[in-house]
Design a binder for this molecule. Structure first.
Ligand SMILES: [Zn+2]
Length: 581
Protein backbone atom coordinates (compact mmCIF):
# COMPACT_ATOMS: atom_id res chain seq x y z
CA UNK A 1 0.00 0.00 0.00
CA UNK A 2 2.79 2.44 0.94
CA UNK A 3 4.56 2.20 -2.43
CA UNK A 4 1.26 2.97 -4.19
CA UNK A 5 0.86 6.18 -2.22
CA UNK A 6 4.44 7.20 -2.94
CA UNK A 7 3.95 6.56 -6.65
CA UNK A 8 0.67 8.47 -6.66
CA UNK A 9 2.38 11.39 -4.93
CA UNK A 10 5.24 11.39 -7.44
CA UNK A 11 2.85 11.33 -10.38
CA UNK A 12 0.95 14.23 -8.89
CA UNK A 13 4.10 16.29 -8.27
CA UNK A 14 5.44 15.49 -11.74
CA UNK A 15 2.27 16.56 -13.49
CA UNK A 16 1.96 19.64 -11.29
CA UNK A 17 5.36 20.77 -12.48
CA UNK A 18 4.26 20.35 -16.04
CA UNK A 19 0.90 22.02 -15.86
CA UNK A 20 2.21 24.92 -17.95
CA UNK A 21 3.44 22.93 -20.95
CA UNK A 22 2.87 19.85 -23.08
CA UNK A 23 -0.14 18.82 -25.12
CA UNK A 24 -3.46 18.15 -23.46
CA UNK A 25 -5.27 14.89 -24.15
CA UNK A 26 -8.63 16.64 -24.28
CA UNK A 27 -9.71 20.25 -24.57
CA UNK A 28 -13.30 21.44 -24.12
CA UNK A 29 -14.11 24.80 -25.69
CA UNK A 30 -17.10 27.08 -26.11
CA UNK A 31 -18.46 25.95 -22.76
CA UNK A 32 -20.45 27.58 -20.00
CA UNK A 33 -18.28 26.47 -17.07
CA UNK A 34 -19.31 26.75 -13.45
CA UNK A 35 -16.12 25.79 -11.64
CA UNK A 36 -17.67 26.18 -8.15
CA UNK A 37 -14.19 27.27 -7.06
CA UNK A 38 -15.62 30.32 -5.32
CA UNK A 39 -16.73 30.40 -1.68
CA UNK A 40 -19.75 28.66 -0.19
CA UNK A 41 -23.04 30.56 -0.04
CA UNK A 42 -23.97 31.87 3.41
CA UNK A 43 -26.37 29.90 5.67
CA UNK A 44 -29.36 31.60 4.03
CA UNK A 45 -28.11 30.64 0.57
CA UNK A 46 -26.82 34.06 -0.46
CA UNK A 47 -23.94 33.54 -2.92
CA UNK A 48 -20.41 34.42 -1.77
CA UNK A 49 -19.01 37.81 -2.73
CA UNK A 50 -16.42 36.18 -5.01
CA UNK A 51 -19.08 34.19 -6.91
CA UNK A 52 -20.04 34.97 -10.53
CA UNK A 53 -23.52 36.02 -9.42
CA UNK A 54 -24.83 39.53 -9.93
CA UNK A 55 -28.20 41.21 -10.40
CA UNK A 56 -30.14 38.01 -9.84
CA UNK A 57 -28.31 35.93 -12.46
CA UNK A 58 -25.35 33.60 -12.73
CA UNK A 59 -22.66 33.84 -15.38
CA UNK A 60 -20.03 31.25 -16.27
CA UNK A 61 -16.62 31.74 -14.70
CA UNK A 62 -14.75 29.97 -17.53
CA UNK A 63 -15.26 28.91 -21.15
CA UNK A 64 -12.64 26.23 -21.72
CA UNK A 65 -10.89 23.36 -19.93
CA UNK A 66 -7.71 21.44 -20.82
CA UNK A 67 -7.14 17.92 -19.49
CA UNK A 68 -4.00 15.79 -19.37
CA UNK A 69 -3.30 12.48 -17.66
CA UNK A 70 -6.70 12.56 -16.02
CA UNK A 71 -6.17 15.94 -14.40
CA UNK A 72 -7.33 19.44 -15.21
CA UNK A 73 -4.31 21.41 -16.47
CA UNK A 74 -6.01 24.66 -17.47
CA UNK A 75 -9.36 26.39 -16.90
CA UNK A 76 -10.19 29.78 -18.31
CA UNK A 77 -10.98 31.59 -21.54
CA UNK A 78 -10.33 30.03 -24.97
CA UNK A 79 -6.93 31.82 -25.06
CA UNK A 80 -5.88 30.19 -21.80
CA UNK A 81 -6.12 26.66 -23.19
CA UNK A 82 -4.84 27.31 -26.74
CA UNK A 83 -1.24 26.55 -25.88
CA UNK A 84 -2.29 23.07 -24.68
CA UNK A 85 -3.66 22.00 -28.07
CA UNK A 86 -1.23 19.78 -29.98
CA UNK A 87 -1.48 17.30 -32.85
CA UNK A 88 -2.81 14.55 -30.58
CA UNK A 89 -5.24 16.66 -28.59
CA UNK A 90 -8.93 15.91 -28.96
CA UNK A 91 -10.75 19.25 -29.09
CA UNK A 92 -14.51 19.28 -28.47
CA UNK A 93 -16.63 22.34 -29.17
CA UNK A 94 -19.46 22.18 -26.61
CA UNK A 95 -21.64 24.76 -28.36
CA UNK A 96 -22.38 26.63 -25.17
CA UNK A 97 -23.33 23.59 -23.06
CA UNK A 98 -22.85 23.94 -19.30
CA UNK A 99 -19.99 22.13 -17.54
CA UNK A 100 -20.06 21.51 -13.80
CA UNK A 101 -17.86 19.35 -11.55
CA UNK A 102 -18.68 15.65 -11.95
CA UNK A 103 -21.74 14.72 -9.92
CA UNK A 104 -21.63 12.44 -6.89
CA UNK A 105 -24.47 10.05 -6.07
CA UNK A 106 -23.54 9.87 -2.39
CA UNK A 107 -26.05 7.26 -1.19
CA UNK A 108 -27.35 4.47 -3.39
CA UNK A 109 -27.49 0.72 -3.74
CA UNK A 110 -25.79 0.04 -7.04
CA UNK A 111 -26.36 -3.71 -7.22
CA UNK A 112 -30.12 -3.19 -6.99
CA UNK A 113 -30.19 -1.44 -10.37
CA UNK A 114 -28.87 -4.50 -12.15
CA UNK A 115 -30.79 -6.95 -10.00
CA UNK A 116 -34.05 -5.12 -10.59
CA UNK A 117 -33.31 -5.03 -14.30
CA UNK A 118 -33.35 -8.81 -14.16
CA UNK A 119 -36.43 -8.89 -11.94
CA UNK A 120 -40.11 -8.20 -12.55
CA UNK A 121 -41.07 -4.60 -11.87
CA UNK A 122 -43.88 -3.96 -9.35
CA UNK A 123 -43.57 -0.19 -9.11
CA UNK A 124 -47.00 1.43 -8.89
CA UNK A 125 -49.04 -1.69 -7.97
CA UNK A 126 -52.03 -0.85 -5.78
CA UNK A 127 -53.75 -4.24 -5.30
CA UNK A 128 -52.97 -7.94 -5.18
CA UNK A 129 -54.73 -8.10 -8.55
CA UNK A 130 -52.19 -5.62 -9.99
CA UNK A 131 -49.35 -7.74 -8.63
CA UNK A 132 -50.86 -10.92 -10.05
CA UNK A 133 -51.24 -9.37 -13.50
CA UNK A 134 -47.58 -8.27 -13.63
CA UNK A 135 -46.25 -11.59 -12.32
CA UNK A 136 -48.27 -13.83 -14.57
CA UNK A 137 -47.39 -11.81 -17.65
CA UNK A 138 -43.68 -11.60 -16.94
CA UNK A 139 -43.05 -15.13 -15.68
CA UNK A 140 -44.69 -17.15 -18.43
CA UNK A 141 -42.50 -19.95 -19.67
CA UNK A 142 -40.66 -20.48 -16.40
CA UNK A 143 -40.32 -24.11 -15.41
CA UNK A 144 -41.36 -25.64 -12.09
CA UNK A 145 -38.90 -24.78 -9.33
CA UNK A 146 -37.53 -21.67 -11.05
CA UNK A 147 -37.45 -18.64 -8.77
CA UNK A 148 -39.66 -15.67 -9.54
CA UNK A 149 -38.28 -12.47 -8.02
CA UNK A 150 -40.03 -9.13 -8.36
CA UNK A 151 -39.60 -5.80 -6.64
CA UNK A 152 -41.11 -2.38 -6.23
CA UNK A 153 -44.34 -2.57 -4.15
CA UNK A 154 -44.31 0.46 -1.86
CA UNK A 155 -44.17 -0.57 1.82
CA UNK A 156 -45.23 2.93 2.89
CA UNK A 157 -48.38 2.91 0.77
CA UNK A 158 -49.24 -0.72 1.62
CA UNK A 159 -48.47 -0.35 5.37
CA UNK A 160 -52.12 -0.46 6.43
CA UNK A 161 -53.21 -3.31 4.13
CA UNK A 162 -50.21 -5.58 3.62
CA UNK A 163 -50.48 -8.31 0.98
CA UNK A 164 -50.36 -11.98 2.02
CA UNK A 165 -48.90 -15.11 0.50
CA UNK A 166 -52.25 -16.81 -0.20
CA UNK A 167 -52.73 -15.39 -3.69
CA UNK A 168 -49.12 -16.21 -4.56
CA UNK A 169 -49.60 -19.81 -3.46
CA UNK A 170 -52.65 -20.10 -5.69
CA UNK A 171 -50.92 -18.50 -8.69
CA UNK A 172 -47.55 -20.20 -8.32
CA UNK A 173 -47.83 -23.55 -6.54
CA UNK A 174 -44.63 -24.79 -8.24
CA UNK A 175 -42.30 -21.77 -8.07
CA UNK A 176 -40.69 -20.00 -5.12
CA UNK A 177 -41.77 -16.33 -5.34
CA UNK A 178 -40.21 -13.34 -3.56
CA UNK A 179 -41.64 -9.82 -3.91
CA UNK A 180 -39.24 -7.18 -2.58
CA UNK A 181 -40.53 -3.84 -1.36
CA UNK A 182 -39.60 -0.57 -3.02
CA UNK A 183 -37.43 0.67 -0.18
CA UNK A 184 -36.07 -2.59 1.18
CA UNK A 185 -38.14 -2.58 4.38
CA UNK A 186 -40.68 -5.19 3.39
CA UNK A 187 -40.62 -8.41 1.40
CA UNK A 188 -43.27 -11.05 0.67
CA UNK A 189 -42.71 -14.72 -0.10
CA UNK A 190 -44.95 -17.64 -0.99
CA UNK A 191 -44.84 -21.02 0.75
CA UNK A 192 -42.12 -22.47 -1.48
CA UNK A 193 -39.88 -19.44 -0.85
CA UNK A 194 -40.54 -19.73 2.89
CA UNK A 195 -39.65 -23.40 2.75
CA UNK A 196 -36.34 -22.55 1.00
CA UNK A 197 -35.66 -20.00 3.77
CA UNK A 198 -36.54 -22.68 6.36
CA UNK A 199 -39.22 -20.46 7.84
CA UNK A 200 -42.19 -22.01 9.60
CA UNK A 201 -44.93 -20.62 11.83
CA UNK A 202 -42.77 -20.95 14.94
CA UNK A 203 -39.89 -18.94 13.41
CA UNK A 204 -38.86 -16.21 15.84
CA UNK A 205 -38.61 -12.58 14.81
CA UNK A 206 -34.96 -11.59 14.24
CA UNK A 207 -33.63 -8.54 16.10
CA UNK A 208 -35.19 -5.42 14.60
CA UNK A 209 -37.44 -7.38 12.29
CA UNK A 210 -40.91 -8.84 12.18
CA UNK A 211 -42.68 -11.70 10.46
CA UNK A 212 -46.22 -10.39 10.07
CA UNK A 213 -48.88 -12.76 11.47
CA UNK A 214 -52.63 -13.01 11.04
CA UNK A 215 -55.18 -13.12 13.88
CA UNK A 216 -54.59 -16.85 14.35
CA UNK A 217 -50.83 -16.32 14.74
CA UNK A 218 -49.89 -17.78 11.36
CA UNK A 219 -47.27 -15.97 9.31
CA UNK A 220 -48.67 -14.09 6.31
CA UNK A 221 -45.46 -14.23 4.27
CA UNK A 222 -44.57 -10.57 4.83
CA UNK A 223 -41.19 -9.86 6.41
CA UNK A 224 -40.57 -6.36 7.71
CA UNK A 225 -37.44 -4.32 8.46
CA UNK A 226 -34.49 -6.50 9.53
CA UNK A 227 -36.46 -9.66 8.79
CA UNK A 228 -36.38 -8.99 5.03
CA UNK A 229 -32.91 -10.53 4.74
CA UNK A 230 -34.19 -13.86 6.08
CA UNK A 231 -36.19 -14.24 2.88
CA UNK A 232 -33.98 -12.33 0.47
CA UNK A 233 -30.99 -14.49 1.43
CA UNK A 234 -32.83 -17.62 0.38
CA UNK A 235 -32.76 -16.51 -3.26
CA UNK A 236 -29.96 -18.46 -4.97
CA UNK A 237 -26.77 -16.39 -5.34
CA UNK A 238 -25.38 -15.44 -8.72
CA UNK A 239 -21.82 -16.16 -9.90
CA UNK A 240 -18.98 -13.64 -9.68
CA UNK A 241 -19.39 -12.91 -13.39
CA UNK A 242 -23.13 -12.31 -13.00
CA UNK A 243 -22.48 -9.92 -10.14
CA UNK A 244 -19.91 -7.99 -12.17
CA UNK A 245 -22.49 -7.75 -14.94
CA UNK A 246 -25.10 -6.52 -12.44
CA UNK A 247 -22.71 -3.80 -11.23
CA UNK A 248 -21.80 -2.78 -14.78
CA UNK A 249 -25.49 -2.41 -15.55
CA UNK A 250 -25.74 -0.04 -12.58
CA UNK A 251 -22.81 2.08 -13.79
CA UNK A 252 -24.53 2.20 -17.16
CA UNK A 253 -27.54 3.78 -15.49
CA UNK A 254 -25.60 6.35 -13.47
CA UNK A 255 -23.13 7.69 -16.03
CA UNK A 256 -25.86 9.06 -18.36
CA UNK A 257 -26.98 11.13 -15.37
CA UNK A 258 -23.62 12.87 -15.03
CA UNK A 259 -22.46 10.87 -12.04
CA UNK A 260 -18.73 10.24 -11.76
CA UNK A 261 -18.78 8.72 -8.27
CA UNK A 262 -21.25 6.53 -6.42
CA UNK A 263 -21.25 5.78 -2.71
CA UNK A 264 -22.66 2.28 -2.28
CA UNK A 265 -24.40 2.61 1.09
CA UNK A 266 -23.83 -0.82 2.55
CA UNK A 267 -21.95 -3.40 0.49
CA UNK A 268 -22.42 -6.88 1.86
CA UNK A 269 -19.89 -9.67 1.53
CA UNK A 270 -21.76 -11.00 -1.50
CA UNK A 271 -20.83 -8.05 -3.75
CA UNK A 272 -17.40 -7.05 -2.41
CA UNK A 273 -15.48 -9.57 -4.55
CA UNK A 274 -17.27 -8.34 -7.67
CA UNK A 275 -16.21 -4.75 -6.98
CA UNK A 276 -12.67 -5.85 -6.22
CA UNK A 277 -12.46 -7.93 -9.41
CA UNK A 278 -13.64 -4.97 -11.52
CA UNK A 279 -11.16 -2.65 -9.80
CA UNK A 280 -8.27 -5.08 -10.32
CA UNK A 281 -9.02 -5.55 -14.00
CA UNK A 282 -9.34 -1.80 -14.57
CA UNK A 283 -12.99 -2.16 -15.56
CA UNK A 284 -14.52 0.31 -13.10
CA UNK A 285 -15.78 3.11 -15.35
CA UNK A 286 -16.57 5.43 -12.46
CA UNK A 287 -15.34 5.96 -8.92
CA UNK A 288 -16.89 3.86 -6.17
CA UNK A 289 -16.93 4.37 -2.44
CA UNK A 290 -17.97 0.99 -1.14
CA UNK A 291 -19.35 1.55 2.35
CA UNK A 292 -19.04 -1.78 4.15
CA UNK A 293 -22.35 -3.00 5.54
CA UNK A 294 -22.35 -3.46 9.30
CA UNK A 295 -25.76 -5.12 9.35
CA UNK A 296 -27.19 -8.20 10.98
CA UNK A 297 -26.64 -10.52 8.02
CA UNK A 298 -23.90 -10.54 5.38
CA UNK A 299 -21.65 -8.05 7.15
CA UNK A 300 -17.95 -8.10 6.26
CA UNK A 301 -15.71 -9.22 9.12
CA UNK A 302 -14.61 -6.55 11.58
CA UNK A 303 -11.38 -8.42 12.34
CA UNK A 304 -10.45 -8.74 8.68
CA UNK A 305 -11.27 -5.18 7.65
CA UNK A 306 -9.90 -3.37 10.68
CA UNK A 307 -6.64 -5.25 10.02
CA UNK A 308 -6.65 -4.20 6.36
CA UNK A 309 -7.67 -0.64 7.28
CA UNK A 310 -9.30 1.99 5.07
CA UNK A 311 -8.02 2.44 1.49
CA UNK A 312 -5.05 4.79 1.70
CA UNK A 313 -4.47 5.65 -1.95
CA UNK A 314 -7.00 8.40 -2.68
CA UNK A 315 -6.65 7.92 -6.43
CA UNK A 316 -7.81 4.28 -6.40
CA UNK A 317 -11.09 3.97 -8.31
CA UNK A 318 -12.45 1.68 -5.57
CA UNK A 319 -12.39 3.18 -2.10
CA UNK A 320 -13.22 1.02 0.90
CA UNK A 321 -12.88 3.51 3.72
CA UNK A 322 -16.29 3.79 5.29
CA UNK A 323 -19.04 1.68 6.84
CA UNK A 324 -22.81 1.82 6.71
CA UNK A 325 -25.08 0.74 9.56
CA UNK A 326 -28.79 0.97 10.29
CA UNK A 327 -29.93 2.57 13.52
CA UNK A 328 -33.69 2.56 12.93
CA UNK A 329 -36.07 1.77 10.07
CA UNK A 330 -38.34 3.93 7.91
CA UNK A 331 -41.09 6.44 8.57
CA UNK A 332 -43.44 4.79 6.06
CA UNK A 333 -43.36 1.45 7.89
CA UNK A 334 -43.45 3.28 11.27
CA UNK A 335 -40.15 1.63 12.13
CA UNK A 336 -38.31 4.93 12.52
CA UNK A 337 -37.65 5.56 16.21
CA UNK A 338 -39.53 8.59 17.58
CA UNK A 339 -39.07 10.33 20.95
CA UNK A 340 -42.88 10.42 21.35
CA UNK A 341 -45.63 8.19 19.94
CA UNK A 342 -46.51 8.16 16.26
CA UNK A 343 -49.38 10.55 15.67
CA UNK A 344 -51.29 7.89 13.72
CA UNK A 345 -50.42 4.97 16.03
CA UNK A 346 -50.64 5.87 19.73
CA UNK A 347 -48.39 3.76 21.94
CA UNK A 348 -45.95 3.06 19.11
CA UNK A 349 -42.52 4.71 18.77
CA UNK A 350 -40.66 2.46 16.32
CA UNK A 351 -37.41 0.61 17.06
CA UNK A 352 -33.78 1.61 17.27
CA UNK A 353 -30.28 0.71 18.35
CA UNK A 354 -29.60 -2.82 19.51
CA UNK A 355 -33.33 -3.56 19.22
CA UNK A 356 -32.88 -2.93 15.50
CA UNK A 357 -29.64 -4.85 15.20
CA UNK A 358 -27.29 -1.87 15.51
CA UNK A 359 -24.02 -3.24 16.83
CA UNK A 360 -22.32 -0.52 18.89
CA UNK A 361 -19.13 -2.53 19.34
CA UNK A 362 -18.67 -3.30 15.67
CA UNK A 363 -19.29 0.25 14.42
CA UNK A 364 -17.02 1.66 17.11
CA UNK A 365 -14.28 -0.83 16.19
CA UNK A 366 -14.44 0.27 12.55
CA UNK A 367 -14.31 3.94 13.57
CA UNK A 368 -11.36 3.30 15.87
CA UNK A 369 -9.59 1.76 12.87
CA UNK A 370 -10.16 4.95 10.86
CA UNK A 371 -13.27 4.03 8.89
CA UNK A 372 -15.80 6.83 8.41
CA UNK A 373 -19.30 5.85 9.59
CA UNK A 374 -22.56 6.53 7.77
CA UNK A 375 -25.44 5.58 10.05
CA UNK A 376 -29.04 5.39 8.87
CA UNK A 377 -31.34 7.37 11.18
CA UNK A 378 -34.85 8.54 10.32
CA UNK A 379 -36.84 9.31 13.49
CA UNK A 380 -36.07 12.13 15.91
CA UNK A 381 -35.04 9.61 18.58
CA UNK A 382 -32.98 7.69 16.02
CA UNK A 383 -31.11 10.85 15.06
CA UNK A 384 -30.61 11.92 18.67
CA UNK A 385 -29.27 8.51 19.69
CA UNK A 386 -26.85 8.38 16.74
CA UNK A 387 -25.54 11.85 17.63
CA UNK A 388 -25.13 10.59 21.21
CA UNK A 389 -23.28 7.55 19.86
CA UNK A 390 -20.88 9.70 17.83
CA UNK A 391 -20.29 11.97 20.81
CA UNK A 392 -19.45 8.96 22.98
CA UNK A 393 -17.07 7.49 20.38
CA UNK A 394 -15.26 10.83 20.04
CA UNK A 395 -14.78 10.83 23.80
CA UNK A 396 -12.94 7.56 23.52
CA UNK A 397 -11.25 8.08 20.12
CA UNK A 398 -10.80 11.84 19.53
CA UNK A 399 -9.49 11.21 15.99
CA UNK A 400 -12.87 9.82 14.98
CA UNK A 401 -14.27 13.38 14.92
CA UNK A 402 -12.10 14.09 11.88
CA UNK A 403 -13.63 11.23 9.89
CA UNK A 404 -16.55 13.47 8.87
CA UNK A 405 -19.06 10.83 9.90
CA UNK A 406 -22.52 10.91 8.39
CA UNK A 407 -26.11 10.40 9.30
CA UNK A 408 -27.96 8.87 6.38
CA UNK A 409 -31.40 10.43 5.74
CA UNK A 410 -31.46 12.59 8.93
CA UNK A 411 -35.15 12.80 8.18
CA UNK A 412 -36.85 13.99 11.37
CA UNK A 413 -34.72 15.97 13.81
CA UNK A 414 -35.75 17.42 17.17
CA UNK A 415 -35.04 21.18 17.40
CA UNK A 416 -32.59 20.54 20.27
CA UNK A 417 -30.45 18.31 18.05
CA UNK A 418 -30.11 20.39 14.88
CA UNK A 419 -27.02 22.32 16.01
CA UNK A 420 -25.32 19.10 17.12
CA UNK A 421 -24.64 18.12 13.50
CA UNK A 422 -22.20 21.00 13.19
CA UNK A 423 -20.86 20.63 16.74
CA UNK A 424 -20.08 16.96 16.14
CA UNK A 425 -18.79 17.44 12.57
CA UNK A 426 -21.55 15.15 11.27
CA UNK A 427 -22.67 15.32 7.64
CA UNK A 428 -26.43 15.23 6.95
CA UNK A 429 -26.80 12.92 3.94
CA UNK A 430 -30.31 13.53 2.60
CA UNK A 431 -32.64 12.81 -0.32
CA UNK A 432 -34.59 15.64 -1.93
CA UNK A 433 -36.74 13.02 -3.67
CA UNK A 434 -37.77 11.41 -0.38
CA UNK A 435 -38.97 14.74 1.00
CA UNK A 436 -41.42 15.36 -1.79
CA UNK A 437 -42.46 11.73 -2.27
CA UNK A 438 -43.17 11.29 1.46
CA UNK A 439 -45.03 14.60 1.66
CA UNK A 440 -48.53 13.10 1.09
CA UNK A 441 -48.37 10.98 4.28
CA UNK A 442 -45.39 12.07 6.40
CA UNK A 443 -47.37 14.61 8.42
CA UNK A 444 -50.01 12.01 9.34
CA UNK A 445 -47.23 9.90 10.89
CA UNK A 446 -45.68 12.60 13.09
CA UNK A 447 -48.13 15.53 13.29
CA UNK A 448 -47.91 19.25 12.56
CA UNK A 449 -45.17 20.15 15.08
CA UNK A 450 -42.59 17.46 14.54
CA UNK A 451 -42.96 17.77 10.76
CA UNK A 452 -41.19 21.12 11.03
CA UNK A 453 -37.97 19.23 11.79
CA UNK A 454 -38.47 16.93 8.80
CA UNK A 455 -36.21 17.23 5.73
CA UNK A 456 -35.18 20.56 7.27
CA UNK A 457 -32.43 21.57 4.85
CA UNK A 458 -32.53 25.31 5.46
CA UNK A 459 -32.66 24.87 9.22
CA UNK A 460 -29.69 22.50 9.05
CA UNK A 461 -27.72 24.93 6.87
CA UNK A 462 -28.63 27.81 9.19
CA UNK A 463 -27.19 25.78 12.05
CA UNK A 464 -23.92 25.09 10.27
CA UNK A 465 -24.57 21.50 9.19
CA UNK A 466 -22.82 20.06 6.14
CA UNK A 467 -25.39 18.79 3.68
CA UNK A 468 -25.01 16.27 0.87
CA UNK A 469 -27.79 15.20 -1.50
CA UNK A 470 -28.49 11.84 -3.10
CA UNK A 471 -31.40 9.65 -4.14
CA UNK A 472 -30.98 6.42 -2.16
CA UNK A 473 -31.70 4.68 -5.46
CA UNK A 474 -33.29 2.39 -6.52
CA UNK A 475 -36.35 3.35 -4.46
CA UNK A 476 -36.30 6.85 -5.95
CA UNK A 477 -35.46 8.27 -9.38
CA UNK A 478 -31.72 8.96 -9.31
CA UNK A 479 -31.78 11.70 -11.93
CA UNK A 480 -29.70 14.64 -10.75
CA UNK A 481 -32.17 17.01 -12.40
CA UNK A 482 -35.08 15.54 -10.44
CA UNK A 483 -33.07 15.75 -7.21
CA UNK A 484 -32.20 19.36 -7.88
CA UNK A 485 -35.78 20.22 -8.83
CA UNK A 486 -37.12 18.63 -5.62
CA UNK A 487 -34.45 20.40 -3.53
CA UNK A 488 -35.24 23.80 -4.99
CA UNK A 489 -39.07 23.55 -5.29
CA UNK A 490 -40.08 20.97 -2.63
CA UNK A 491 -42.61 19.77 -5.24
CA UNK A 492 -43.28 16.41 -6.83
CA UNK A 493 -42.77 15.95 -10.55
CA UNK A 494 -46.43 16.74 -11.17
CA UNK A 495 -45.95 20.17 -9.60
CA UNK A 496 -47.80 19.38 -6.37
CA UNK A 497 -48.22 20.56 -3.75
CA UNK A 498 -48.62 24.02 -5.22
CA UNK A 499 -46.03 26.39 -3.77
CA UNK A 500 -44.03 23.43 -2.46
CA UNK A 501 -44.15 21.34 0.71
CA UNK A 502 -42.83 23.47 3.61
CA UNK A 503 -40.99 25.58 1.02
CA UNK A 504 -39.09 27.57 3.66
CA UNK A 505 -36.83 24.51 3.94
CA UNK A 506 -35.89 24.54 0.24
CA UNK A 507 -32.32 25.30 -0.80
CA UNK A 508 -31.04 27.50 -3.62
CA UNK A 509 -29.91 26.04 -6.96
CA UNK A 510 -26.30 26.73 -6.02
CA UNK A 511 -26.65 24.90 -2.71
CA UNK A 512 -28.30 21.96 -4.45
CA UNK A 513 -25.50 21.75 -7.02
CA UNK A 514 -22.90 21.96 -4.26
CA UNK A 515 -24.67 19.15 -2.37
CA UNK A 516 -23.98 16.93 -5.41
CA UNK A 517 -20.37 18.07 -5.99
CA UNK A 518 -18.22 20.12 -3.61
CA UNK A 519 -19.88 19.06 -0.40
CA UNK A 520 -19.70 15.29 -0.98
CA UNK A 521 -16.03 15.81 -1.94
CA UNK A 522 -15.60 17.32 1.52
CA UNK A 523 -17.63 14.55 3.14
CA UNK A 524 -15.17 12.07 1.61
CA UNK A 525 -12.13 14.15 2.68
CA UNK A 526 -11.31 14.59 -1.02
CA UNK A 527 -11.81 18.34 -1.33
CA UNK A 528 -8.17 18.86 -2.36
CA UNK A 529 -8.56 16.42 -5.25
CA UNK A 530 -12.06 16.89 -6.61
CA UNK A 531 -15.40 18.67 -6.23
CA UNK A 532 -14.51 21.82 -8.19
CA UNK A 533 -13.06 22.51 -11.63
CA UNK A 534 -9.56 23.71 -10.80
CA UNK A 535 -6.05 23.10 -12.12
CA UNK A 536 -4.55 19.99 -10.54
CA UNK A 537 -7.88 18.39 -9.65
CA UNK A 538 -9.33 15.25 -11.24
CA UNK A 539 -10.86 15.82 -14.65
CA UNK A 540 -14.28 14.61 -13.47
CA UNK A 541 -16.94 16.63 -15.26
CA UNK A 542 -20.62 16.66 -16.16
CA UNK A 543 -21.78 18.46 -19.30
CA UNK A 544 -25.47 19.38 -19.54
CA UNK A 545 -27.82 21.05 -22.00
CA UNK A 546 -29.34 23.47 -19.48
CA UNK A 547 -27.79 26.02 -17.17
CA UNK A 548 -29.03 24.58 -13.84
CA UNK A 549 -28.17 27.64 -11.77
CA UNK A 550 -30.16 30.09 -13.87
CA UNK A 551 -32.97 27.68 -14.78
CA UNK A 552 -33.22 26.78 -11.09
CA UNK A 553 -33.64 30.45 -10.22
CA UNK A 554 -36.01 31.61 -12.94
CA UNK A 555 -37.99 28.55 -14.15
CA UNK A 556 -37.23 25.58 -11.89
CA UNK A 557 -39.80 23.32 -13.59
CA UNK A 558 -37.38 23.40 -16.52
CA UNK A 559 -34.83 21.47 -14.46
CA UNK A 560 -36.87 18.33 -15.13
CA UNK A 561 -36.15 18.72 -18.87
CA UNK A 562 -32.38 18.85 -18.39
CA UNK A 563 -30.22 16.29 -20.16
CA UNK A 564 -26.65 15.22 -19.56
CA UNK A 565 -24.61 15.62 -22.75
CA UNK A 566 -21.38 14.08 -21.54
CA UNK A 567 -19.82 12.52 -18.45
CA UNK A 568 -16.06 12.56 -17.99
CA UNK A 569 -14.22 10.52 -15.35
CA UNK A 570 -10.48 11.07 -14.92
CA UNK A 571 -10.31 12.69 -18.35
CA UNK A 572 -12.09 9.79 -20.07
CA UNK A 573 -15.44 10.35 -21.75
CA UNK A 574 -17.53 7.56 -20.22
CA UNK A 575 -20.88 8.76 -21.59
CA UNK A 576 -21.86 10.88 -24.56
CA UNK A 577 -25.47 11.51 -25.52
CA UNK A 578 -26.44 10.64 -29.05
CA UNK A 579 -28.80 13.19 -30.66
CA UNK A 580 -32.00 11.13 -30.30
CA UNK A 581 -31.43 10.12 -26.64
ZN1 LIG B 1 -30.11 3.42 1.38
Amino acid sequence: MRSTILLATLVFVFSSCNLGGGDADLVLTNANVYSLSWGDPDPEGVPATDSPYADGAWSADAGAIAIRDGLIVAVGAADDVESFVGPNTQVIDLNGATVVPGLVESHGHLHELGEKHEQIDLIGVKTEGDIAARLVGASSGRGAGEWIVASGWDEGEWADHLPTKDFLNRLFPDNPVVLKGLRGFGTLGNDLALRAAEVTNDFENPVGGELVRDETGDITGVFLNNATDVLNDAIPEGTLEQKQRVLQYGFGQLMPQGFVTTHHAGVRTDYLPAYQALAESGELPMRVEAMLSVGVIGAPSVEKWTAIGPTEDPTAMLQIRSVKAYYDASLGSRGARMIDDYSDMPGHRGVSGSDYGFDVERVRAFMAAGFQAGIHAIGDAGNREVLDFYEAVYGEYPNARGLRNRIEHAQVIHPDDIARFSELNVVASMEPGHAVEDSPWAEARIGPDRIKGAYAWRTLRRNGAKLIFNSDFTGTDWSFFYGMYAAVTRKMKDGTPEGGWYPAEAVTPEEALRAYTVWPAWASSREDLTGTIEVGKWADLAVMDIDPLNVGLTAPDGLLDGLIEMTIVGGKIVYERTPNQ
